[in-house]
Design a protein around this ligand. Structure first.
Ligand code: NAG
Ligand code: NAG
Length: 332
């Protein structure tokens, strides 16, 4: 296929190997082989000395549930005054990865340096050991912690101009945390933008891209079904039409009265999830009363942003930077 051919061979091989290796770690009975997953998940330590113009450090929020975040601070930028704060939620189907996983450490560093912004990448609890709503609670708790403990961020970090961002499962998480933030009172924190990179939504119905198994090199329907089963609490009559999964269906939450933030959504034309993401976009546009922007990359598979050598990955960083800086102006 033409679109497939546009991914460099090295990346295709890597994606294929990763998918094959994780296949045996994700068991049909809903448990995971953590030892194998951890082996595949290479970690990066924080960098107190600036690396590529960004330093990083880890902050513990609640050790009892291993809730912590990695802060990325740009050291080499020309912006006077305050920096925006971007709270980031990594992807991995709610099951794997963390802020210290190499691809996410690198992605957050790129975002921090390019925007420039203080990026706070959250280590939330993972399924199946911790199912819904553990992830949403942790995500929200991280916001509250920042609001209560601004001294954990540099002095020029502006929590009143805060953004939420996430990719894949982290995009789903970001949406729900943003929604809860709208319904909450903070001392100074205010969310003024949401960035959803190929967010993970779904439903019982099979969309066209799911029927055709588009982009099955990185993600397929068997895997997404498995992720949802693993995330859902057992024995409560959950299905994929639950409002946290099928966000835009008839059971959707009513957000029309909330001050939901302006949103930027990225969709890949080779991603099995693309139709759900477009529905999310349409639904937000209809119901949030806010501006919603959609950026499509026709040749991109799920997770392409993790490969900095791809042109589209660079473009995504630029689009995010543009969006954040535009919102910063609006709320200045
Ligand atoms: C699931 O399968 C694994 C490996 O086949 C096994 O070790 C484990 O005990 C099983 N767990 C449950 C809850 O069935
Ligand atoms: C899930 O979403 C789709 C379209 O967004 C809709 O057609 C379907 O009825 C939804 N299901 C429920 C129960 O919300």
């Amino acid at each position: 296929m033409e679109a497939k051919a546009s991914l460099p061979l090295k990346i295709r091989v890597l994606l294929f190997l990763l998918h094959a290796a994780t296949k045996s770690a994700y068991r049909p009975n809903g448990t995971v082989n953590r030892r194998l997953l951890n082996l595949l998940d290479l970690k990066a330590p924080p960098n107190p000395k600036p690396f590529k113009g960004v330093k990083s450090y880890d902050v513990s929020v609640d050790p009892s549930r291993n809730l912590w975040f990695r802060a990325f601070v740009p050291t080499d930028h020309r912006r006077p005054g305050y920096l925006p704060v971007v709270v980031y939620f990594h992807g991995g189907g709610f099951v794997t990865f963390g802020p210290d996983s190499r691809p996410f450490d690198a992605l957050c560093r790129r975002l921090s340096g390019s925007i420039p912004a203080v990026v706070v990448s959250v280590n939330y609890r993972l399924a199946p050991e911790h199912r819904y709503p553990a992830q949403y609670e942790d995500g929200f708790e991280a916001l509250k912690f920042l609001d209560d403990n601004p001294q954990e961020l540099p002095e020029n970090a502006d929590l009143s101009r805060c953004f939420i961002a996430g990719d894949s499962a982290g995009g789903n998480l970001g949406h729900h945390v943003a929604k809860r933030a709208c319904q909450s009172q903070f001392q100074q924190l205010r969310v003024i933008g949401l960035m959803a990179l190929q967010p993970f939504f779904g439903g019982e119905e099979r969309t066209e891209s799911e029927k055709k198994q588009v982009g099955s090199l990185t993600l397929n329907v068997e895997r997404t079904d498995w992720y949802w089963r693993t995330f859902s609490p057992p024995g409560e009559g959950w299905d994929r039409d639950h409002e946290v999964i099928n966000v835009s269906g008839p059971r959707a939450a009513d957000i029309s009265r909330l001050d939901f933030p302006t949103t930027l959504i990225f969709v890949g034309g080779m991603d099995v999830l693309q139709d759900w993401q477009r529905r999310y976009y349409e639904w937000l546009k209809r119901s949030s009363g806010k501006e919603v922007n959609l950026v499509e990359y026709p040749n991109m598979v799920h997770g392409f942003y993790a490969f900095p050598e791809l042109l589209e990955s660079k473009q995504l960083i630029l689009e995010v930077s543009k969006f954040v800086n535009m919102q910063m102006e609006r709320y200045s």
